[in-house]
Design a protein around this ligand. Structure first.
Ligand code: CMP
Length: 143
């Protein structure tokens, strides 16, 4: 079963969109495997976004992601990385397809509500950064 790391960013938390966003993944039929309401430290932000170091949006991104609490999650399911990215929509809210989370609720690339892993390798890396192995709950839906 594939796993991915999703994180509702400070803008999503402050706008009261945790329930709306989680609901979309639940209704799709994906499985929630872990969740944590937390503040991202500067150190964690720098590791998580290391690939963007040196880009013009890097420093504002670190300031933003550490500015308030986030809702970090692990979701599981067949093709969960591609499925969650499809539900989230493109990084640029202007390019995100109607019906996606970013199209429906975001207006700016810097405040795009949610992060989703883009590959199995990054999913494994990001899950490991935010969650201890014992925090991941393994179970089967019975319904
Ligand atoms: P995220 O999926 O969290 O990964 C990197 C983040 O940087 C991205 O979402 C955006 O919030 C932010 N960002 C700002 N400008 C850009 C850009 N031009 N390209 C990619 N990401 C950007």
């Amino acid at each position: 079963m594939e796993k991915t790391f999703l994180m509702i960013k400070p803008d999503g938390v402050q706008r009261g969109l945790i329930g709306e966003i989680v609901s979309r993944f639940e209704k799709k039929g994906l499985t929630l495997s872990a969740a944590k309401f937390m503040t991202v430290t500067q150190e964690l932000a720098e590791i998580h976004y290391a690939e963007h170091k040196g880009k013009p949006f890097y420093e504002p991104l670190l300031t933003f992601i550490t500015s308030g609490p986030v809702f970090a999650m692990v979701w599981s399911g067949d093709n969960v990385i591609a499925l969650t990215r499809a539900l989230i929509g493109k990084t640029d809210a202007l390019a995100a397809a109607p019906g996606t989370i970013r199209s429906d609720f975001a207006v700016h690339t810097n405040f795009n509500l949610i992060h989703g892993s883009d590959s199995p390798a990054n999913a494994e890396r990001e899950i490991g950064l935010f969650f201890a192995p014992e925090e991941i709950v393994h179970y089967e839906h019975s319904l």
